[in-house]
Design a protein around this ligand. Structure first.
Ligand code: G
Ligand code: G
Ligand code: NA
Ligand code: MN
Length: 253
C-alpha cells in the first residue's frame, strides 16, 4: 500500500517529528519529564496519528526502524535541552514488537551513551497489556532494561488484566492511570473508587503514579486529594514541538 512506502521514505528522510508532553509534579507544579510522542506530517494528508501508522509499521516490518528512529531522536533532543539548561526526565513509548526486538536494549543503551545521558533519566513506557505478556522475549527485555538502570513505566494501567503477584515482580518504577478513569473521576463514583484503589496498590508497591488525560481542575483536585504523584494532560499542556516545550518550561519555572 501507498502509505507504507511513504512511511518508509519518511523514516529514511527524517520527515517524522517528535512532539513532547510534560508530566507535572502534583505538589510543586514543576515539570518532571517530557514524554516523546511521534508525529508524521504527511505532505498531502496532514498530520497522521501514530495510532494509525504504528499498527501499519508493526504489520509490515517497519517498527524496528521506526522505533530506533524515535530512540535516537529523543535522546538527541534530551541532550540539546540539557545544553540549553533544561533538565528533566525523558520518556519514550515502546510497542509490543519493540519489547520483543532482540537488540532493543543495546539500541537504547547506545543512544544514551552517545548523548551522555544517564540511563536513570530515561523512562520507557510500556502498556499494561504488553507488560503482562509473559513471552520470554518481553520479560527478558523488561529485566535487561531494569538492569541498565532505565526506569520502567506501566502505561494505560487499569485497562488490562494484571495479576497482583505479577505486578509485584516487574521492575517498574512508575504506573500511569489510564485516561478513561481520569475522564470520569469527578463525575462517577466508581471511577473515583478505582483511582483510589490503584493509587493505594501502586504506593504499596513503591511505584510513582502519574494520572494521564487530566483536562479539568475538578479532576486535578481529586487526584491531588487522593495523593497522585504526577499529572499529565491538556489542562497543563498539549504535546508540542521541542522548541515550544523549551519555552513553556522556562515560562513555568
Ligand atoms: O500522541 P497520540 O495520542 O497521537 O498517540 C497515540 C498512540 O500512539 C498512543 O497510544 C501513544 O502511546 C502511541 N505512540 C506515540 N508515540 C509513540 C512512539 O514513539 N512509539 C510507540 N511505540 N508508540 C507511540
Ligand atoms: O498511550 P499513551 O498514554 O502514550 O497516549 C498518549 C496520548 O494521549 C497522546 O496521543 C496524547 O496526544 C494524548 N493525550 C494527552 N493528554 C491528553 C488529554 O488530556 N486528553 C486526551 N483526550 N488525550 C490526551
Ligand atoms: Na505513553
Ligand atoms: Mn497512556
Amino acid at each position: 500500500i501507498e502509505l507504507l512506502a511513504e512511511l518508509r521514505q519518511a523514516i529514511e528522510r527524517d520527515a517524522l517529528q517528535l512532539y513532547f508532553q510534560p508530566k507535572i509534579d502534583a505538589r510543586s507544579g514543576q515539570i518532571t519529564a517530557a514524554e516523546a510522542l511521534l508525529r508524521w506530517n504527511h505532505p498531502s494528508r496532514g498530520v497522521i496519528s501514530p495510532a494509525v501508522f504504528i499498527p501499519i509499521a508493526e504489520r509490515f516490518g517497519l517498527m524496528r526502524d521506526l522505533g530506533n528512529w524515535v530512540i535516537k531522536a529523543a535522546c538527541l533532543q534530551a541532550r540539546s535541552w540539557r545544553e540549553q539548561g533544561l533538565r528533566m526526565r525523558l520518556a519514550i513509548n515502546l510497542s509490543a514488537q519493540q519489547m520483543r526486538q532482540a537488540d532493543i536494549v543495546e539500541r537504547i543503551s547506545t543512544a544514551l551513551q552517545e548523548n551522555r545521558i544517564q540511563p536513570s533519566l530515561l523512562t520507557c513506557e510500556i502498556t499494561e497489556s504488553v507488560a503482562m505478556e509473559d513471552t520470554h522475549a518481553t520479560q527478558e527485555t523488561f529485566r535487561a532494561l531494569g538492569d541498565l538502570g532505565v526506569h520502567l513505566s506501566i502505561d494505560d494501567f487499569g485497562t488490562g488484566y494484571s495479576s497482583l503477584a505479577y505486578l509485584r515482580q516487574l521492575p517498574a518504577k512508575e504506573l500511569k492511570i489510564d485516561r478513561s478513569f481520569v475522564a470520569e473521576i469527578d463525575t462517577n463514583s466508581s471511577a473515583l473508587t478505582m483511582v483510589d484503589a490503584i493509587l493505594r496498590l501502586a504506593h504499596a508497591l513503591n511505584l510513582r503514579v502519574v494520572a494521564e488525560g487530566v483536562e479539568r481542575e475538578s479532576q486535578q483536585k481529586w487526584l491531588v486529594k487522593l495523593g497522585c504523584d504526577e499529572l499529565q494532560g491538556y489542562l497543563y499542556a498539549r504535546p508540542m514541538s521541542s522548541e515550544a516545550l523549551l519555552m513553556w518550561a522556562h515560562g513555568e519555572q
